[in-house]
Design a protein around this ligand. Structure first.
Ligand code: NAP
Length: 260
């Protein structure tokens, strides 16, 4: 891989580091190609990597991603600032193992189907003002009627992100799954839902139906759209994958330790 591009977070340290990596790779004969890169180097945090993935979503099959973290060790980034030399050496001398992580496909429906959206971490149907009443179906079989602020559907990668903040389970990386976690669920005699995170096979279609999603937001990773006029949101495993270049093994337990 020799055609590369770089996405940096907006802070000075990340921008300078990005420039440094770019100059060194150009010096080693690599070609900077922002239009059709083979590899994208993200410099910043896990959030920067999410932005980079969404920027390239239409050509996701053609690019592999690798990240330098300018903060603590990340989940989507393998190199620390002090390891830039190692990254350059790995990029220019090694063949990486490619880890493929599926994107969550989000379909919205009113009287017609809308173009799908994609998320790497999670999709959230959320309304912090008005209580949501959402009918949940797993592969078209009715599960429950949820009441509360909303529901979060995450994949393995997103299990340590928003999902973890709402007491969802952390899922180890060798286990592909979808997880549904309640956001401020209401539970009493007349309002019953599972009340605990639900982990399902990645091939499960999770359908969330509502009579009115008026004023409700569908947040997907760092992006969002309004759901006015929509009455059905379905989350499922997409055929699209994000490819991460792994030049060395980073312990997932070490990554977890960066959280606490
Ligand atoms: P952001 O500022 O880009 O990210 C918020 C925090 O979530 C940052 O500390 C980020 O790490 C971390 N993060 C992102 N993906 C992660 C992952 N897979 N595992 C562990 N931590 C992760 O926020 P944003 O632009 O609003 O949204 C981007 C993502 O942030 C969302 O997909 C959501 O999962 C997460 N988020 C979490 C909360 C929460 O936990 N309450 C609230 C909002 C958003 P870095 O510092 O390394 O970038």
């Amino acid at each position: 891989m020799e055609r590369f591009t770089i996405t940096t977070r907006v802070d000075e340290q990340s921008k300078q580091l990005g420039e440094q990596v770019k100059e060194r790779l150009l010096h080693l004969g690599w070609m900077y190609d922002d239009q059709s890169p083979e590899i994208l180097i993200s410099v910043g945090g896990d959030g920067t990597m999410l932005h980079a993935v969404h920027q390239r979503i239409d050509m996701i099959d053609q690019v592999v991603f690798v990240g330098i973290h300018t903060g603590t060790l990340g989940f989507l980034t393998d190199y620390a600032v002090s390891e830039v030399d190692q990254l350059i050496e790995d990029l220019t001398t090694k063949s990486p193992k490619i880890d493929q992580v599926f994107l969550i496909q989000i379909n919205r429906k009113n009287h017609r189907d809308l173009p799908p959206l994609f998320a790497l971490n999670e999709a959230r149907v959320e309304n912090i003002i008005k209580t949501q009443r959402i009918e949940v179906f797993l592969n078209d079989e009715y599960l429950e009627t949820f009441r509360g602020n909303g529901l979060c559907i995450s994949g393995q990668l997103g299990s340590t992100a928003y999902n973890r903040s709402i007491a969802g389970a952390v899922i180890m990386p060798d286990f592909a799954a979808l997880q549904m976690t309640e956001i401020a669920g209401i539970h009493h005699q007349l309002s019953k839902s599972l009340g605990s995170p639900l982990i399902v096979s990645p091939d499960t279609k999770i359908k969330l139906k509502s009579d009115s999603y008026y004023d409700t937001i569908l947040a997907y990773d760092h992006l969002h759209v309004r759901l006015d006029g929509i009455n059905e949101v379905t989350c499922s495993r997409s055929d699209k994958c994000v490819k991460f270049a792994r030049y060395r093994k980073t312990s997932y337990i070490q990554r977890l330790h960066s959280l606490y």
